[in-house]
Design a protein around this ligand. Sequence first.
Ligand code: AKG
Length: 443
Amino acid sequence: MNIKHSLQNFLFRARRYLHLNGSKQQSVTTQPKADKQTPSLQLKGQIQLSALQDTQEVAGLCKVLYTIQLQDGENLADNKLELQVLDQNNQVLHQQPLNPEQMGEENWLALNSHRLDNGALALKVQLLVDGQAQLAAVLNMTIDNSGELAERVKHSLARAESPKVITGDCNTTLFNFGDEAVVPWFDRADAKQRLAAKAEKDPFVKEHLNNFNDFLDEGYMVVSGWLDDEFIDKLNSEMDDAVAKKIQDYEIGSSQRIMGLHNRYQNINKLWRLPKVLQMLEHIFEDAPRPCQTLTYVYGSQQSYHQDTVHLTPFPAGYMCGVWVALEDIQAGSGELRVLKGSHRLPRIYRETVDCPQVFNNQWDQFATTVDQKWQDMINDNNFEEMSYLAKKGDILIWHENLMHGGSLRENIDQSRRSIVSHYFAKGGLGFYDSSGMPAILL
Ligand SMILES: O=C(O)CCC(=O)C(=O)O
């Protein structure tokens, strides 16, 4: 597994190097033809292709899974194998060498859909053997990167010559994170003036002006009264059910989080798409929000201070928010959420910033000595005020993507701290998980 990933990583970096040095791969519109001198191979097998996104409305990075399955007995150890990705006009979007060991394994590629035209796309993935197209599969989809943010992102990615297809490692070198043209309004020097102008125009912004000011000044806001007790009781019952069923081997009393319960439970799904939260995020992003994941905690997480930036990475930077919902009155000593006020203005730390390798198989050792260490140094070098969050049942905290936050120590180990965290990206941008180098899976 590691050898495979190192090879993919090496190939990725080699391509990037060539790219930066001007030897950009040319797109060709013809299918590779067999050499007339050699008898053509008739390979038997198939390619399985699927997208982890609604293919009717593909936006941002679309994770596509492919498995090349050869019929028993086919041995390609001595052949030159390549993966080719094309559009319906046979325009080559991407080509890369493949290892024989990759046959039969599930692999991923990320379609960088802002780099393609909106509208119908027949994505073709094929195997080339010694330059000859052998097996192919087609996935039909509709690309829809529309709106003002998507337009700005399209131009930014075009200027940066961001690849149309990404494999092996999604990271910050593929996009121009320094592009001033895509900085969100709330991260700009004139954010306060922009907010005042928004409040003039929009009653929702006017009503929540204090919340928006908190978001600008402190990096988070807290809203109360959006959830009624009856709904919260239903959420708690769903959490109890997940605990009783030991979903994801949940160990009662532990700090373990249960992931993705919105896929299983109706009310958690409803919370994940709560109209009021979406409306608030729409004002923050000036674009529609796309829910990403849910994390359910029965007890405190005890996570150390971190920025989400490196784990749930939006491009452009800033276009991701975390939303933390209290399902009970939170008690001191339960491992309450804590945040460092104003820390969202710290530099963003990515793998590239501190030369940290991709994290595979939950091996966080190098991440700890690079990224974690850098976070700790930044916290020590500053003097942020800590806010220990004793939320009331139903309170909702929304944090800026770069805010330092974490869970306190569970001093009272028996005290629960029931909460659900969801993360949201902006529809016009794109998302990936920089720490693991994977494209994000978004609704
Ligand atoms: O709830 C907590 O203690 C921390 C949650 C968190 O850090 C996150 O979801 O990013």
